[in-house]
Design a protein around this ligand. Structure first.
Ligand code: C5P
Length: 396
């Protein structure tokens, strides 16, 4: 099941060059299970054609206020009835001005005026238009009316200039919509977490590390943001984009990870240790590259600090969640960790399933027992872990 299964959106497209990005946004929404009804303005149809959107959404595209397909000829009322939100992307300066002034001179503006559902606008325009006092006034008044504004971003513009006014990318708008529709059981809660592997240098080009893609931790950070939490993520080296809204502190070694965690832990209500921290590091890291010789090489390793155990042993510890990736005897090791490190919750998985891939199958262990979750995509597993965490925090 996609993360937007059962959600319904109206996607409005007005006349800006950025209209091409809305096709990709539509594809992402449909892929995630959402039902999307596209409304194209007359100017929008100068940039993109209805055929593309009809094919991507699997539904006819609406353009005309007088479309006889709607019951009672009232497309502006009918379309908005069951949707979760209207997103207009791109929203031109002219369209925003019309919404700000309550105009209803085409289907999309009429739909916006007659709506009872949330309206989100993704502005897209040239820098001067965005900075013009008239646009500033219009943005202020739609915001005062409760309209959400997504972006714009700064960057290269179609007119050849560089500046503020670029529409957000399809992925960014997708994330904003997912965040918008999710319940917020963690609103106001601050979470500190670790993710990824650590890398313990032997010399400038070699090191000791653990296999960890960081995918589970990053999916969890994203799900925490969706649930309304504030997230500080201390991350070892991974090749993943930082989820929108997450404050990421990039580190390399376990000692750096520990220092960053200790810097942030005072403010955290919850600490989630997902990182695969290397248990040992070389006693010394060489400044210059070790040269090869025919002899055997001895590498002396010393233990790293256990970051999670140290946080959990503080006088007033945050709610501590550990992860246990084991190759066998998961129940035994995970329950042992819960007790030994004095944690509130442990999320266990067998490495044969979770390592590196997009799916995971986990069991949550807490004082109430063992709670297996169905095998699923890491993002949906993360959402289920967050739901469990939110319930546990609410019950405290
Ligand atoms: O002790 P073990 O590595 O089996 O426990 C795993 C859990 O402890 C994970 O949550 C991991 O992030 C955390 N951990 C840590 N610091 C270490 C080792 C593990 O925070 N040095």
């Amino acid at each position: 099941m996609g993360e937007l299964q059962g959600r319904k959106f109206i996607l409005g497209i007005t006349g800006g060059v950025a209209a091409y990005k809305s096709a990709e946004l539509l594809r992402l929404l449909v892929k995630a299970g959402a039902e999307v009804q596209v409304v194209l303005t007359e100017a929008g149809a100068r940039f993109v054609t209805a055929v593309t959107y009809q094919a991507l959404s699997g539904r006819p595209v609406w353009t005309d206020l007088w479309d006889p397909r709607a019951d009672n000829n009232m497309a502006h009322i009918e379309l908005g009835r069951e949707a979760d939100a209207i997103l207009v992307a791109p929203a031109t300066a002219d369209f925003i001005a019309r919404v700000a002034n309550g105009l209803a001179n085409d289907l999309l503006t009429t739909l916006c005026l007659a709506r009872e559902l949330p309206l989100l606008l993704a502005p897209a325009m040239n820098r001067q238009m965005w900075e013009n006092p008239a646009t500033r006034r219009n943005i202020d008044s739609v915001v005062a009316d409760g309209v959400g504004i997504l972006g714009p971003a700064a960057g290269d513009q179609a007119c050849g200039e560089v500046g503020m006014g670029r529409m957000l990318e399809a992925e960014e708008l997708y994330e904003a919509l997912v965040t918008f529709v999710q319940p917020k059981p963690l609103a106001g809660r601050r979470v500190l977490m670790t993710a990824g592997p650590t890398f313990e240098a032997i010399d400038p080009v070699r090191g000791v590390t653990n296999l960890s893609s960081g995918k589970m931790g990053y999916a969890l950070a994203r799900a925490l943001i969706h649930a309304g939490a504030t997230v500080d993520l201390v991350s070892g080296p991974v090749a993943l984009p930082v989820p929108a809204g997450v404050a990421c502190i990039a580190v390399r070694s376990a000692l750096e990870m520990r220092a960053a965690v200790m810097d942030h832990v005072d403010r955290a209500e919850v600490f989630i240790a997902v990182a695969a921290v290397a248990d040992y590091r070389p006693r010394e890291s060489q400044t210059h590259k070790l040269k090869k010789s025919g002899d055997a090489l001895q590498l002396e390793l010393v233990p790293n600090p256990d970051i999670l155990a140290e946080v959990a042993a503080r006088p007033q510890p945050p709610f501590c969640v550990g992860f246990a990736a084991e190759s066998r005897d998961l129940d035994r090791y995970a329950l042992h960790k819960l007790e030994a490190k004095r944690l509130q919750m442990v999320v266990g998985n067998l490495v044969q399933i979770g390592l590196g891939g997009d799916d995971n199958e986990v069991v949550i262990y807490d004082r109430a027992g063992r709670h297996p979750l169905a095998r699923d995509d890491k993002h949906r597993v993360a959402a289920a872990i967050v739901a469990h965490l939110a319930a546990a925090l609410a019950a405290r």
